[in-house]
Design a protein around this ligand. Structure first.
Ligand SMILES: Nc1ncnc2c1ncn2[C@@H]1O[C@H](COP(=O)(O)OP(=O)(O)OP(=O)(O)O)[C@@H](O)[C@H]1O
Length: 267
């Protein structure tokens, strides 16, 4: 058996760089799909490939080998981009996004972001207490103008009474989603893409699916208040965190938008 020294001598600088880059790529890909349905899909694809390769290579099964070579590989080649479309889109977007490295919200006035976080959290609590359903989407680096244009442009400074008013049952703009740009309400009544994501046995209603959908197709963060249960949830990167209190929501938003909340609001 070769000693560590012998192996080390054989590893060139380029081979080491190669291994490091592949490891970083796998790590990044796992980070992108962590907590999304892509994990189950990937496991399914992996099991299928391993079983097919084992059966095809260890036993002299000509027909099975032919099916793997002629049908399974091309089918996966076509199916993977379709099955993983939201994850691939998000991964490519995050690669192309330079703003994330410079933190777009960093260039926005910090107190504006803090004001937005506090207002959304207070509004979510009030809406939840009054049993009013709501879907509020925070735009980050991916532009959401196409969704805003399909709704009603509001372009108003954010405030709790305005948000409660918008979502008040039967108010003209209560349906669908509100989109925030920085600390302004950009638009209301916006239709969002619905997610096909099913987590475990949980089947979400359309409000929650719309929140998941926009978080799969962009880097936006959504806050959902359930009309049925009053429960507050958040979605980002195709993931959902449920049953939040006002305080927990503030902390999660602050973490995702990378701002430190001031002491008095923390209390
Ligand atoms: N494509 C969409 N984009 C944005 N909002 C949507 C979309 N489709 C439905 N909604 C909103 O979801 C509401 C219906 O929610 P529904 O009860 O089906 O879902 P839910 O996730 O169970 O929500 P809740 O817990 O509040 O009942 C609609 O009245 C509408 O406001």
């Amino acid at each position: 058996m070769p000693s560590f020294q012998q192996i080390w001598e054989r590893v060139s600088f380029l081979a080491a760089l190669d291994i490091l880059l592949v490891a970083a790529l796998i790590f990044w890909l796992l980070g992108v799909i962590r907590g999304t349905r892509a994990v189950q899909l990937l496991r399914g694809v992996g099991i299928l490939v391993v079983v097919a390769l084992l059966a095809g290579s260890t036993l002299p099964l000509t027909t099975l080998r032919w099916i793997i070579r002629e049908a399974l590989s091309p089918a996966l080649f076509v199916a993977i981009p379709i099955l993983f479309q939201p994850e691939l889109r998000r991964a490519l977007e995050s690669l192309g996004r330079t703003g994330e490295w410079f933190n777009r919200f960093g260039s926005t006035n910090r107190s504006d972001v803090e004001e937005m976080i506090n207002t959304i959290s207070r509004a979510a609590k009030q809406l939840s207490q009054q049993g009013i359903g709501a879907l509020m989407v925070i735009e980050r680096d991916t532009g959401l103008q196409e969704y805003a244009d399909r709704g009603v442009i509001v372009d108003s400074r954010i405030s709790v009474p305005l948000l409660v008013n918008i979502f008040f049952p039967n108010a003209p703009l209560h349906d669908m989603a509100v989109i925030f740009r920085r600390n302004r309400i950009l638009a209301a009544n916006c239709v969002l893409p619905l997610s096909e994501n099913v987590v475990g046995s949980t089947r979400y209603g359309t409000r929650h699916r719309a929140a998941l959908g926009i978080s799969e197709q962009s880097d936006a963060i959504s806050v959902i208040v359930s009309e049925e249960t009053g429960s507050i949830s958040i979605t980002h990167d195709g993931r959902m965190v449920r049953h939040l209190t006002e305080g927990r929501l503030r902390k999660l938003l602050a973490g995702l938008l990378r701002v430190e909340l001031s002491e008095e609001e923390e209390a």
